[in-house]
Design a protein around this ligand. Sequence first.
Ligand SMILES: [Zn+2]
Length: 135
Amino acid sequence: MTVFTHFAAGALIGYFSPGVVSASLFGLASHVVLDVIPHYDFESVKLEIFLGVLVLLILVVTRSYSLTICLGGAFAVLPDLENLLWKTGKLREDQKIFPGHTGIIPHGRKTGRMSILIQVVFVVAVITYLIWSVG
Ligand SMILES: [Zn+2]
């Protein structure tokens, strides 16, 4: 799944988490679940980073964040750090450790670009919900 989808899912989980530990663990677990679902990933690392930061900035600017929201979002995105290092040539395929990226847990098949629309709708819904609930 794209970074901004992972971040939004983790942020939402963080919102509903009773504490920082559960927000972090469930945020991390959400990465596995979302990567198993068939999806489209952007080829551009810069676009991935830009959209992820954009979601974070929207939550910050609208004051729609808390520690658990930030931790949930951060831990949901964390595994893709190794994808970033791999895509930029700083990590080899065999050096990946996250089960959803090594093949231990099968990665969802690649779909067409239209599935980005579903991710955008999800992210906009999460941002809207968090702004209404927290901001
Ligand atoms: Zn991933």
